[in-house]
Design a protein around this ligand. Structure first.
Ligand SMILES: N[C@@H](CCC(=O)N[C@@H](CS)C(=O)NCC(=O)O)C(=O)O
Length: 205
């Protein structure tokens, strides 16, 4: 299978790290939805990263849907979602907060880089920043000290998504979320970035 998209997208990176963590081989094609729009469009006409092209030619998109598919391929002992229903609900909540943090960070990046500066709309940016801080405030409470993984002795999807979101925000929205105010997340991120699967799929910002 082929994973299309750049690792500076948190959505692409969470899929790349997950594929690596569960041991599913894939080819990575780091096409940009901006700089290589035409090439991307030739693979997926709606130009969304990540795009996963299966060996039979099926084209998947939306990171969470792709991860659902990957979960079906993964050997049981390497699956990335908890099997207990209550744990699964908590994991989905944490992933939802992490994805919201990604979405709000991407909106800040787009507002600064895609919109002409005279059209920048401060009330909108303030609203998005407030949502971003709320997401990280809730995640800080969810992850405890940041010294352990969320569901046992190995990182699952919730851990991957939190780690990817935090690094993305710190790298791409510098100064918006003060790491000193989120010590557990900062520590959690250091541990996540030291994992083999994270190191193999580094953020490229
Ligand atoms: N909800 C989607 C978000 C994906 C997304 O927004 N990707 C961005 C790159 S970070 C993209 O494709 N942007 C181009 C566009 O939306 O036109 C997911 O989880 O995959």
């Amino acid at each position: 299978m082929r994973l299309i998209g750049m690792l500076d997208s948190p959505y692409v990176r969470r899929v790349a790290i997950s594929l690596t963590a569960v041991g599913i081989p894939f080819e990575h094609e780091p096409l940009s939805v901006f700089r290589t729009y035409k090439e991307f469009e030739a693979i997926n006409p709606v130009v969304k990263a990540p795009t996963l092209v299966l060996d039979d030619g099926t084209v998947l998109m939306e990171s969470s849907l792709i991860l659902e598919y990957i979960e079906r391929l993964a050997p049981q002992e390497r699956r990335l979602t908890p099997s207990e229903t209550a744990d699964f609900a908590r994991a989905q909540r944490i992933v939802g907060l992490a994805l919201t943090a990604c979405e709000k960070s991407v909106q800040i990046v787009y507002e600064h880089h895609l919109r002409p500066s005279e059209k920048l709309h401060e009330p909108w940016l303030d609203r998005v920043k407030g949502q971003l801080l709320a997401a990280y405030g809730l995640l800080e409470k969810e992850i405890g000290t940041g010294e352990t993984w969320l569901f046992g002795d190995r990182p699952l999807q919730a851990d991957i998504s939190v780690g990817v979101a935090w690094y993305f925000t710190q790298d791409m929205c510098s100064g918006v979320v003060d790491p000193a105010a989120y010590p557990a997340l900062a520590q959690f991120s250091r541990r996540a970035e030291a994992l083999d699967a994270f190191r193999a799929m580094p953020h490229e910002g």
